[in-house]
Ligand binder design. Sequence first.
Ligand code: PLP
Length: 374
Amino acid sequence: MQFIDLKAQQQLIREKIEENIKRVLDHGRYIMGPEITELEEKLAAYVGTRHAVGCASGTDALMMALLALEVGPGDAVFTSPFTFFATAEVVGLLGATPVFVDIDPATFNLDPAKLVQAIEAVNQGQTLEPRAVIGVDLFGLPADYDAINQIAAGHGLAVIEDAAQSLGGVYKGRRACSLAQMGCTSFFPAKPLGCYGDGGMVFCDDAQLDGLLRSLRVHGQGSDKYDNVRLGINGRLDTIQAAVLLAKLELLPREMEQRQEVAERYRDLMARAGLALTTPEVPEGYASAWAQYSVLAQSQQARQEFLDRLGKAGIPSAIYYPKPLHLQQAFAYLGHQPGDFPVSESAGDRVFSLPMHPYLAAGDQEKIVAALAG
Ligand SMILES: *Cc1c(COP(=O)(O)O)cnc(C)c1O
């Protein structure tokens, strides 16, 4: 059994992938070939934004979004401590200060009420200027952007959606990646839409911002290759990865339906088994992209017992994320202590993820739940 079965997916579209790669080999435009524009247009249409800018990774997507906002030293960027490291890493790399905001225990996403408190605390501290919020759509479930955007607007802050895990997810009739001023996604192989290497994309509606992101992607390029009008990065998406993604994109809508079926089956099987586990809650009007199916045990020890049972049955599992960002050594300079973000810390102690992909068979899910039941 696979945690994420990329082979089952590949079998369905292997010929199409080879055809698309062959086309790139034939035209030879490995950098910024026509597949990039085609993918940008198709994905912008899918998520419902005017513009999309392909880039080299989800991390670069976040970096380009922050560069576009000219975030730097002295700026506070509010985000969740319960996420992949990259979300706050880019903030620190630019010399700005990540200001963590604890999560809602039911959704694992940034708690809007705590965001208000964090902004007020920074305002009172008078050492940092609040500049932006990065909402994270953890495990594929969009954060509460109506609340986040409203709070941000009230304080003059920009909002970035870290949609690395949520491409295909839905929030109140709109698709993930389109829920804030800029949406950043990742095409790392294990994400809901993955390529065969690294890749990412930034989505936005504003034409000026789109131009700025395109310049930042290529060393702050101006009117031509050797005209540099700002500091940027080498953040281009490879043509071959775009070619792979164009083949995979055709499967995405169906795969999203299959992921919903797998998630519903997990929920029903676990309810019937009466396990002492909390299954993910999807609020009314939301749909998760189910990048991960993550459950909560009642304690760290109970989690270990579940993980041992899965291990004995040969079933792969994972912990996303065992250590919240405020307790990472890389962020020791922020001076946080255990207890600063108790909801994130408790989630880190108790969460674990089960195999989740569109091709997970019902029989395998039954085996997984039987193994959990012991
Ligand atoms: C994967 C991920 C990223 C980084 O994406 P890469 O393509 O690996 O650089 C950022 N944020 C979150 C929440 C992620 O899951």
